[in-house]
Design a protein around this ligand. Structure first.
Ligand code: SAM
Length: 271
């Protein structure tokens, strides 16, 4: 048997007696046309190494393997172990299954120095903390193609001045080029979530930000967007207020949502 001969995902789930668990954020993609499209949006992946968080029944995993990727799949729910190991046998060395919490996983150690992409239909409950981890920790993915709730995807890619523009937009766009590349309605998932979803493609900029600058960026954006209706001279008061704004060439009367990513980077530099 090869990957192409596998039964439909719905049958794989029922063969293993698996039902989705809400506590693990399980909303499965059982249509291989959709998972193949996500793999294409993440591509080209032939010969590339990919970390997939939360393979679950393995729909996206199958598509990544078909695209020629080597996949390291991190799944927290041990109920999927038998099904995923069966897939790994068919994948003939191209799939490694790791039973772990992706928040705690050490990507650099898992990949043993090989550069890797991240592709995932993320569990909604840990999507943002996982993205922050990949944006701010020393291990840098080659690219990330990630499914989020639509509202979170919009925040990641929002331009300055947009209602969705906030802390996540600034940190994501300081580190990466970020773009929403696909929208999916609730009915695309089993069981359907309450909200729509979207895939974001993030490509890290060639030069990594200095860790101290990134830490300052986190501080400045937390203060500025924590009180987004206030003028910066007041919301940034504890960090230097008016003097900090002047040093960074930002109007102290400006509000957080009108300051672009370059402006926040200047504030972080001056802090
Ligand atoms: N990739 C599958 C698909 O597209 O059908 C499943 C996606 S489902 C939205 C999220 C998956 O992440 C589930 O399989 C869930 O068990 C797993 N998961 C949840 N929290 C996790 C964590 N902290 N670490 C690793 N996997 C996790």
């Amino acid at each position: 048997m090869t990957l192409k001969d596998l039964p439909p995902l719905r049958d794989s789930l029922s063969d293993h007696g698996l039902l989705a668990k809400k506590s693990f954020g399980q909303h499965f993609l059982l249509d291989l046309n959709i998972t193949r499209k996500i793999a294409r949006l993440a591509g080209p992946l032939d010969g590339q190494t990919v970390i997939e968080v939360g393979p679950g029944p393995g729909g996206l995993t199958r598509a990544l393997l078909e695209a020629g990727a080597k996949v390291v799949a991190i799944e927290k729910d041990a109920r999927f172990s038998a099904l995923l190991h069966q897939l790994a046998e068919l994948a003939d060395g191209a799939l490694t299954v790791v039973e772990d919490d992706a928040l705690k996983a050490d990507e650099a150690a898992l990949l043993a120095g090989v550069p890797g992409h991240v592709v995932s239909n993320l569990p909604y409950n840990v999507g943002t903390p996982l993205l922050i981890k990949w944006l701010t920790r020393p291990w840098r993915p080659v690219s990330m193609t990630l499914m989020f709730q639509k509202e979170v995807a919009d925040r990641i890619a929002a331009p300055v001045g947009d209602d969705a523009y906030g802390r996540l937009s600034v940190i994501a766009q300081a580190v990466c080029e970020a773009k929403v590349v696909m929208d999916l309605p609730p009915r695309a998932f089993t069981p359907p979530p309450k909200v729509s979803s979207a895939v974001v493609r993030l490509d890290p900029k060639p030069d990594a930000l200095d860790p101290a600058l990134l830490a300052n960026l986190e501080k400045v954006t937390a203060a500025a967007f924590g009180q987004r209706r206030k003028m910066l001279r007041s919301s940034l008061k504890v960090l230097g207020g008016e003097a900090l704004c002047a040093a960074a060439g930002i109007e102290p009367e400006a509000r957080a949502e009108t300051v672009d990513v370059a402006g926040f980077l200047r504030l972080a530099e001056q802090l």
